[in-house]
Design a protein around this ligand. Structure first.
Ligand SMILES: [Zn+2]
Length: 711
């Protein structure tokens, strides 16, 4: 996932908030002064945040001052008596809000990856204020009138390509934000925006607490039968950390299915773990997210209606590659029949295994991965625990992910131990171009913690911009299980793929080559932003890359060829499940965001069931990847009416990879072409045009279907 930030005009909306813990003092009384590390740009290389100096109490005063400064800057632009021109309006706008961008870039990483009650409290207080701040800019009539005046005479302005794109982009953003509304409607919109921001923040913290409380505690070792020893050790350590000595704890991952389900022999434990996941946020307690999301959906519908749209999706898809809900529905509709047929066939096959073993039960959602993993073992003779020793985390990173980037783009990496980090497991690498010039910094934060949101994501701490003279400072966050002390971190092939994925986002950020910060790097539409990341996943199985990193952590031997062949053959196995669960989640998202104001949903569970049934995706054995009540992407992380983007981008990534296959695969020439035409382009062109230029035609869906084994 690319963490979505609204970086326009330097402001960043963030991602999470509080959980009912009361911090003693969130630092609101501390004045902003030169002793605050955010006062000026960091003097560390690349303006990297100085985590040795940054304290929780610095955020609030810096944020408040950052908003104040930017509003003064905006005021000056809006009230300029000189006629609007590109320089005195848009360029000045792009330069505004630098203090706020500085502090939010750091605040985002901490609140999502290493939060604490004090930060959560600040977040809950500041989220509505930041939403109001965005409104103060985008709903400023005088400012919009200047942008509009420029837009109307754009043909005569003699702008270069990026400048023209910036003008068109701002004009559309102002319109989407409601700049054309009457003052009365603007006030209504502002109130709704503030309420939405507060509720999104609340949702994140409710969910974090719910997932933490939802962890499954086990008292007898045979309940964990089937789990590999490292996982049992990790579960015991987790119990210890939670002060539950002598017991085991299985923490919840953010998706419906939990990784342990594929190896737990005890059916009752499987059911328990699945149900803990499924009902984590529906316990009718303070962390039950359902009231929060009913109101969120209602607010979004009301906002869309204010702006004159039928629903939220129609309103917010305007600046996306897909452009309309109808285009999204048509696209998803093309995938449903093939994927449902595939999982129905697979379900029969799995049931046959259950019956052959005289199980005497009907396959349920919590059995799927367990039997799928048996079929996989039987058919491909592939055991995930047999392959994990070849995927040692550091090898995968340096000899896999970095190596592929070196082969394709000529870039190299050097670890920087002198740059301060926010947590001891975080590592920093400096990235160099092929001529040895410097590109930026790349941070990794790989291990799961209780104070980290689930999933994996990328973001910038410092964005690239030639106008501001900044180079990218980027981080990847994952949730790999931290090994017991002294043990190597052995990860699954899924985890390997995730690492390549997040690094694909990082490359999109690192190769950014824009003048204007708003158009830089990964600041592209959601249905395009997952394209570079998913595309990068393909290199995990490239023979040259694979044999370089898949090395046994003890013996140092390469993975035997027959095991490699098995992984490749098995790669399409169970893809129907993966596709169908994502489709179901995408359909849920679109259903919530095509609700009309007149008919708000009243019951989350009923609504969810009906939405899935209407889509032909209410399948007991294949539940959605995220249920409404724990669907962080759409309620808080900026993927509202946007979860389809993952599948949309899959169409793009498989098709682009097909181009590589047709043109000689992994080599520096092809890499340079992809870098020039896609990775370095940021949002300087219409994504549909960028793709077409690279591929030579519009995207086709067949490579996606073929790669999923659905053709
Ligand atoms: Zn992603």
């Amino acid at each position: 996932m690319k963490q979505v930030s609204i970086t326009g005009i330097g402001a960043i909306l963030f991602v999470m908030t509080s959980c009912g813990n009361n911090a003693s003092n969130s630092g609101s009384d501390e004045a902003f002064s030169s002793s605050n590390p955010f006062y000026k740009a960091s003097e560390l290389p690349y303006h990297a945040p100085d985590f040795d100096k940054i304290k929780d109490s610095h955020f609030k005063p810096a944020m408040e001052e950052g908003m104040k400064q930017q509003l003064a800057e905006i005021d000056k632009i809006a009230n300029n008596t000189a006629d609007p021109d590109f320089e005195n309006t848009l360029v000045t706008l792009e330069k505004s809000g630098q203090l706020l961008a500085r502090v939010n870039g750091v605040f985002d990483v901490l609140t999502s990856a290493n939060t604490n009650p004090e930060l959560q409290k600040i977040q809950e207080e500041e989220a509505p204020r930041l939403a109001a701040h965005q409104d103060a800019i985008y709903l400023n009539s005088k400012l919009f009138n200047r942008v509009k005046a420029l837009y109307e005479k754009r043909a005569s302005l003699n702008l270069d390509e990026e400048g023209m794109r910036l003008l068109e982009w701002y004009h559309l953003q102002f319109k989407i934000a409601g700049a054309d509304l009457s003052d009365q409607d603007k006030d209504k919109l502002k109130k709704l925006n503030e309420e939405e921001a507060g509720l999104s923040a609340k949702f994140t913290n409710q969910l974090l607490a719910a997932a933490k409380n939802g962890a499954v505690r086990l008292n007898a070792k045979d309940e964990l039968s089937g789990l590999p020893d490292e996982a049992v050790d990790a579960a015991a350590e987790d119990a210890k950390a939670r002060k539950k000595d002598g017991k085991w704890v299985l923490a919840l991952q953010n998706t419906t299915q939990q990784p342990e389900l594929q190896s737990l022999n005890n059916r009752a434990t499987r059911q328990k773990l699945f149900e803990a996941s499924w009902s984590r946020a529906e316990k009718k307690d303070a962390n039950d997210t359902r009231p929060t999301i009913l109101r969120l959906a209602e607010i979004r519908a009301q906002k869309a209606a204010l702006l004159g749209f039928k629903n939220y999706a129609e309103w917010t898809l305007q600046d996306q590659m897909a452009k309309t809900p109808e285009a999204v529905t048509a696209f998803l509709g093309k995938l449903v029949p093939a994927s449902v047929a595939k999982v129905q066939g697979d379900a029969k096959e799995l049931q046959a295994v259950v019956d052959k073993q005289k199980g005497g039960f009907t396959l349920e959602a919590w059995d799927w991965d367990y039997y799928a993993s048996q079929v996989k073992k039987e058919r491909f003779d592939l055991d995930d625990n047999e392959i994990k020793p070849y995927f040692e985390l550091n090898n995968v990173l340096e000899k896999g992910v970095f190596y592929a980037a070196t082969q394709l783009y000529g870039i190299t990496f050097k670890e920087r131990k002198d740059i301060p980090v926010y947590q001891e497991d975080v590592r920093v690498f400096e990235v160099f171009d092929k001529d040895n010039s410097t590109i930026g910094l790349f941070y990794t934060d790989f291990f799961k913690r209780d104070n980290k949101s689930g999933g994996a994501w990328m973001n910038n701490m410092v964005g690239q911009s030639k106008l501001l003279g900044t180079k990218p400072v980027i981080y990847n966050v994952c949730n790999y299980t931290k090994p017991a002390k002294g043990q190597p971190a052995l990860i699954s092939f899924d985890d390997v793929t995730t690492m390549f994925h997040e690094f694909g986002h990082a490359l999109h950020g690192l190769f950014a080559n824009q003048t204007y910060p708003s158009l830089s790097g990964t600041n592209v539409s959601r249905d395009f932003v997952e394209f570079p990341s998913q595309f990068n996943e393909h290199w995990a199985l490239d023979p040259k890359v694979f044999q370089n990193y898949a090395v046994h952590y003890k013996s140092g031997e390469r993975m035997p060829q027959q095991l490699v062949d098995k992984i490749k053959k098995a790669a399409v196995f169970n893809q129907g499940y993966g596709l169908t669960e994502v489709l179901a989640a995408a359909k849920l998202d679109m259903s919530w965001h095509t609700l009309a104001t007149e008919a708000p949903a009243k019951d989350v569970n009923e609504f969810e069931k009906k939405a899935l049934t209407n889509a032909g995706l209410n399948l007991a054995q294949v539940p959605p990847r995220y249920r409404s009540s724990y669907f962080l992407h759409i309620w808080s992380n900026g993927y509202s009416a946007g979860y389809y983007a993952y599948l949309w981008a899959e169409m793009l990534d498989h098709d682009a990879y097909a181009w590589f296959e047709e043109n000689g695969g992994l080599n520096p020439e092809n890499g340079q072409r992809f870098r020039d035409m896609i990775l370095s382009k940021g949002n300087t062109g219409d994504p549909a045009v960028l793709f077409k230029n690279f591929r030579g035609r519009d995207p086709k869906i067949e490579p996606l279907l073929r790669n999923k084994g659905l053709l």
